[in-house]
Design a protein around this ligand. Structure first.
Ligand code: MLT
Length: 326
């Protein structure tokens, strides 16, 4: 009897471990969800919807986007860190993953160890923009106005640690003047306030500003990259405008919860690589002032090492500013 029990237990164990790789090998067998930690309609949402659609074509499953904005992106990140590690819940986030580990000291999840990396996606230039009737037309005039008006001007961002927050920090440091900051759950809703004229200034990604700039709905003073952006040929660089130190771009990457099987992360990484070669995605990224990263960067290893180097770059900057989120 004891021998029979021992044998059947061994058989069950063998079956169980046989089952695990089978599910990873059958991945994906149902809809996948990508969590975007900012409001719908903003730059991260735009990158996520284009990437999800293209990845879904390769994976043969629907990839839906769900927005969970707030707290500079940490609410959405927590959702994924605490999700089931089976590859069906992903996080698409940006430079905020490099700043949160230093800015937030009391998070309910591990902002680095809580995730597996899938690959980098794109690196988006930023633009300094203003409401249509803002009384300045060049970067020099805008800087002079900021220095004169200071906190009488309001500046929108998507919360502490967001790209629009970091860009604002760099701008206000470069011009040595503080404006009044107005936080939103994302720069999607902030753009509506800029278009309505209730917000004066914002620094946001070209994926959210290019079409508004080219339609004349908002004013623009500079792009924050060393070279001009093809989709915005008439917009000078910050260096051309006299603010050479005011440079920042927003990298984006894909993550799954810690403990997701390696076969699943590899499958997702392959689908991401295919998506970044998809002509429809490449075309739309170009129209919005950006481009996919080189294929070699769309891997878990390259993403992890880039991310760790970026955390190390931002830590002393944040510590020197002494501005923590909690
Ligand atoms: C967004 O998608 O709303 C932005 O990425 C927010 C930000 O980081 O500025």
């Amino acid at each position: 009897m004891r021998q029979f029990l021992r044998r059947s237990l061994a058989a069950c164990a063998a079956l169980a471990c046989l089952a695990l790789p089978a599910t990873a090998q059958q991945f994906p067998s149902r809809t996948i969800t990508v969590i975007v930690p900012f409001a719908a309609g903003g730059p991260t949402d735009t990158v996520a919807r284009l990437t999800a659609e293209a990845m879904g074509r390769d994976l043969g499953q629907t990839v839906v986007v769900e927005n969970a904005g707030g707290a500079g992106g940490t609410i959405g990140a927590q959702r994924v860190a605490q999700a089931r590690p089976d590859g069906y819940t992903l996080l698409l986030h940006h430079i905020g993953m490099s700043t949160a580990p230093t800015l937030y000291r009391r998070l309910a999840y591990d902002p680095v160890g809580g995730f597996e990396t899938i690959g980098l996606i794109t690196e988006v230039p930023m633009t300094l923009v203003a409401k249509k009737d803002f009384p300045a037309t060049t970067l020099q005039e805008a800087v002079a106005l900021i220095r004169r008006e200071r906190d009488r001007l309001n500046y929108a961002n998507a919360g502490i640690g967001a790209a629009s927050h970091l860009c604002g920090l760099l701008l206000m440091k470069a011009v040595d003047a503080q404006m009044t900051t107005v936080p939103f759950r994302g720069t999607g809703p902030a753009m509506q306030e800029l278009l309505s004229g209730r917000i004066d200034l914002m620094c946001d990604q070209t994926t959210n500003t290019t079409e508004q700039i080219n339609s004349g709905a908002i004013r623009v003073f500079a792009v924050t990259t060393p070279q001009r952006v093809e989709a915005l040929p008439n917009v000078p660089t910050s260096a051309e405008g006299g603010l050479a130190d005011f440079q920042v771009t927003v990298w984006h990457g894909l993550y799954v919860p810690k403990g997701t099987p390696a076969e699943v992360t590899q499958r997702l990484s392959r689908a991401l690589q295919v998506a970044l070669r998809d002509p429809r995605l490449v075309q739309r990224f170009a129209e919005l002032g950006t481009a996919p990263v080189p294929q070699a960067q769309a891997t878990p290893e390259a993403h992890r090492s880039f991310w760790q180097a970026d955390i190390a770059k931002w830590r002393p900057i944040i510590q020197a500013a002494g501005q923590y989120a909690d």
